[in-house]
Design a protein around this ligand. Structure first.
Ligand code: HEM
Length: 696
């Protein structure tokens, strides 16, 4: 008779084998019984991978449009081992799903990926049910307005750096993505034009600029073989791009600049300071050619870098939940998490102490309320402060735990950094491709009078860079400029940073559709039947470009469409956490009821059944507008018309040059400073000596 230990050793592999075989069988059974199997859809090219490989490149191969043309607005594609995934562009179905945030949450594998990206399971992106209900903050327009000086300051700093670059292109370098994982830095021959490299200023060994931090990481995208490692972008001799015809006449040759890492740094600085009162100093580090990042940026670099790495184990954990118990953290990850926690706790404690002190010192009830609600004298205006103040005012059982608050810091960063930099990058691209739109926009921006001071010291630019001197009425004015608004809407429609989101049915359900469809059995269906556990893809970008909704020129960048009669450009349709629009599935509504601008770029939903749309949309819109205002007034953007730019999605959309895959993500534009127009109502610029960096 074998000993118990031997018995266990003999039985263990058998039990493990049985567990995996059983789970796999259940999975196959579940798929075989899903009503989705009757829906039409494209053939699956692979048993294990289904259509996932094609899906990975969907932004460049117009896949969803093709599928819609072939199979109608409601169909299924295949996921792992042939699992049916519902995809629908039917507005009624989409409104139904998106307005039931708690009945249709994000699938577990998406939550897991988000959680591993530092947000944990208690942040807004990942929390579900009561925990989410309790958190659901609404950042008011007034709160966001008070943050615009921070946007202004960072935008002016970036503009000044870019003006520096145009003034002496020989000496600039392109920084790395501030949150890129630090280890790899393969430098390729030919990265740097030797003629333009200054021998006296050795370049620091930088990490690649192309690594993406993703918002809703798609664990399956990693299955697609990666391109060669990205390399350092280079200083490339300015050459005349077709669209920069006026450059020579002004004696102001444009220089090629990869705007992507610069914008990533600027938006990191913004979310750090406006989100949770932390100075990453990412722009400054790059301006001073320091590779060293702040302690917190380094920690997030490690955390995001680890979360992005593909491991077979990650996929297995999706299907075999027992394996989730074997998650481990390496030493670097442990250290990064500890750093994040320590700094996060300091930030939280500072704010909590500030609010308590103010409340204690307040005499009357109204003063107490003022202290909690926040005013200009209470603490900081960052989102974390707003969250803590509103948390203090809640009844104790409704308050967030320290851990939940801590999770929001990484959530703000994960959700609010790369989305904004992606939007700005694509907007500059769209403007570079449409010189007439850019010129019209600049004309509008320059029609705004800028108050004194005329110069911000070294740079003779006619507006201030100090945050407190940014005139609030000027910032309000910027947010209401009609053509700027139309440009931002059009860019966010065509270049939604998050192109797809996923949901999972938590119960068997029947989803209504506006357009009946014919299933594989030839039956006409007026609803979609789903079974508990079925996965749903909501193709945000495809919906934003549907010709049924946006007309035959849906693919074109045409801001004017927002100014035409009949377009209700009104934005804040359904206030996050506010009143909402109702169920959002009424007949006769042509469009998807997104949070903003009749599109799903910021998600959609109603507070009734769980609103999972973007809490940062006002923040993002204000940030984007202020940056465009500052940058486009003084700089002209053009692009080599022969370059083919592709969209790489992971899940935030980043650009890539088709002919330069080895460079990874990049957006090489030509920039050129633009002299002030004589007709501009801008106050006159102080005379500049010829030795100054800038002269017009
Ligand atoms: C152009 C910029 C941005 C875009 C396009 C964007 C888009 C989105 C989308 C589509 C969702 C819904 C995701 C889903 O349903 O699966 C979302 C959620 C969210 N966003 Fe944004 N976002 C942007 C900027 C920001 C900023 C600046 C912040 C923070 C300051 C932020 C914080 C969040 C959070 C916390 C959620 C989760 C909300 C919830 O589940 O309750 N976002 N965003």
């Amino acid at each position: 008779m074998p000993s118990p230990t031997v018995l266990v050793l003999l039985l263990l592999p058998l039990l493990v084998g049985l567990y995996f075989a059983w789970t796999f069988l259940l999975l196959l059974l579940r798929q075989a019984r899903s009503p989705l199997r009757h829906l039409p859809g494209p053939p699956s090219p692979s048993f294990f991978m289904g259509n996932l490989r094609e899906m990975h490149d969907q932004e460049n191969n117009a896949l969803v449009a093709r599928w819609v043309a072939e199979h109608g607005s409601t169909f299924v594609y295949r996921g792992f081992i042939g699992g049916c995934r519902l995809m629908t562009t039917d507005p009624r179905a989409v409104n139904y799903i998106m307005s039931r945030g708690y009945e249709y949450p994000k699938p577990d594998f998406v939550r897991d990926s988000l959680a591993s990206m530092a947000a944990g399971y208690e942040g807004l992106l990942t929390a579900e049910g009561d925990m989410h209900r309790k958190q659901n903050p609404a950042f008011s327009a007034t709160q966001i307005r008070s943050l615009t000086p921070i946007f202004w300051e960072k935008a002016v700093r970036l503009r000044d750096i870019w003006l520096d670059i145009t003034a002496s292109p020989k000496s600039f370098f392109t920084p790395a993505d501030p949150l890129a994982a630090p280890e790899e830095s393969p430098q390729q021959p030919g990265d740097v034009d030797p003629e333009l490299q200054e021998p006296a200023s050795p370049r620091p060994a930088l990490s690649p600029s192309a690594v993406t931090t993703s918002f809703l990481p798609n664990p399956f995208s990693s299955f697609v073989p990666s391109k060669a490692s990205p390399t350092l972008p280079s200083v490339i001799k300015a050459r005349s791009a077709a669209s920069s015809s006026s450059a020579g006449a002004l004696g102001n040759a444009p220089c090629r600049l990869d705007v992507l890492p610069w914008l990533a740094r600027a938006t990191l600085d913004v979310i750090g300071e406006a989100g949770f009162g932390y100075a990453f100093g990412a722009l400054e580090a790059a301006a001073e050619r320091r590779e060293s990042e702040s302690e917190l940026a380094r920690a997030f670099g490690v955390i995001f870098g680890t979360a992005r790495k593909f491991r077979v184990m990650t996929i297995l954990q999706v299907w075999f939940p027992v394996l989730r118990a074997f998650r481990s953290e390496n030493a670097a990850m442990q250290e990064a998490n500890a750093t994040m926690r320590r700094i996060g706790m300091e930030l939280i404690e500072q704010r909590r102490a500030g609010v308590s002190e103010k409340v204690e010192r307040s005499g009357s009830e109204s003063e107490k309320a003022g202290a909690i609600e926040g005013d200009k004298t209470v603490l900081d205006r960052d989102l974390l402060s707003v969250l803590i103040r509103s948390n203090i005012s809640e009844v104790p059982t409704q308050r967030m735990s320290i851990n939940e608050i801590l999770c929001q810091i990484s959530t703000f960063l994960a959700a609010g950094h790369e989305t904004s930099s992606s939007s700005l990058t694509w907007t500059l691209y769209a403007l570079a491709r449409s010189p007439s739109v850019q010129a019209k926009l600049r004309e509008e921006l320059r029609s705004v009078p800028i108050p004194a001071p005329l110069s911000n010291g070294r740079h003779p630019h006619p507006y201030p860079s100090a945050p407190d001197s940014a005139d609030p009425s000027l910032l309000d004015h910027i947010s209401q400029l009609p053509y700027l608004d139309a440009v931002v809407r059009e860019s966010l429609r065509l270049f939604a940073p998050i192109t797809t989101t996923m949901r999972m049915a938590t119960a068997d359900d029947v989803i209504p559709v506006a357009a009946p469809f014919v299933d594989r059995r030839g039956r006409t269906c007026t609803e979609i039947r789903v079974r508990r556990g079925d996965i749903i893809s909501v193709p945000i970008q495809a919906l934003n470009k549907g010709t049924g909704e946006w007309g035959p020129d849906a693919e074109a960048f045409r801001p004017e469409r927002w100014l035409e009669e009949g377009e209700d450009g009104d934005g804040d349709e359904s206030e996050k956490g506010g009143k909402g629009k109702g169920e959002g599935e009424g007949e006769g509504r042509r469009r998807v009821q997104g949070l903003w601008g009749n599109m799903l770029t910021f998600g959609g939903g109603t507070p009734v059944n769980g609103n999972r749309s973007c809490i940062g949309y006002r923040f993002a819109l204000s940030e984007i507008k202020v940056f465009l205002f500052v940058l486009v007034r003084d700089l002209e953007f053009s692009i080599d018309p022969t370059l083919e730019i592709e969209k790489k999605v992971n899940v935030v959309t980043r650009p890539c040059v088709k002919s330069e895959p080895h460079r990874g993500n990049q957006m090489p534009l030509y920039i050129r400073r633009v002299p002030p127009s004589p007709a501009s109502p801008v106050s006159p610029v102080s005379p500049v000596s010829p030795t100054s960096d800038y002269y017009y």
